[in-house]
Design a protein around this ligand. Structure first.
Ligand SMILES: [Zn+2]
Length: 149
């Protein structure tokens, strides 16, 4: 059973996503109720798309601050997949190369394998004619720290 369920705060602001199993446990414990669902049944449950917390949760710093950038966190965010060839990534690449003013930030770095990293060298994806397979983004905490279901 896979798939993510969006968790909404009691005021319907989006907090984060959890696994389907986690969402069902929240419903069973009366922590949350189904907000949106599909027609699909899972056992006796309607498969939720989003759940709403019954009590308002004051969002903690975890949800307000973005996770700290690091090379290993970029690899985790991109699931160790090279952004250029979808091979196994072992390093990271600066989309805008450091030599052209690009820095260490979530949106300027992607996971890459060494051959692609070497091939791209000090060029942008356009200059190197190596389009990105996915756009780098600031990850959610759950992207980095929740285990796969
Ligand atoms: Zn590659």
């Amino acid at each position: 059973m896979t798939g993510n369920v969006t968790v909404l705060n009691a005021d319907l602001t989006v907090l984060h996503t959890v696994s389907l199993n986690h969402a069902i446990r929240m419903i069973c414990r009366n922590v949350a109720e189904v907000h949106e669902s599909t027609d699909e049944l899972i056992g006796i449950f309607i498969r939720p798309v989003s759940v709403r917390l019954l009590k308002y949760v004051v969002t903690t710093w975890r949800y307000q601050r973005q996770p700290k950038w690091s090379k290993s966190a970029v690899l985790r965010r991109d699931k160790y997949t090279c952004a250029f060839c979808a091979g196994k990534a072992t390093t990271i690449d600066h989309v805008l190369p450091r030599s052209q003013g690009g820095g260490n930030s979530w949106k300027n770095t992607v996971a890459a394998c060494s051959p692609c990293n070497n091939k791209k060298a000090d060029r942008t994806p356009e200059q190197a004619r190596m389009p990105l397979l996915f756009k780098p983004k600031v990850p959610e905490w759950t992207d980095l720290y929740t285990k796969k279901v």
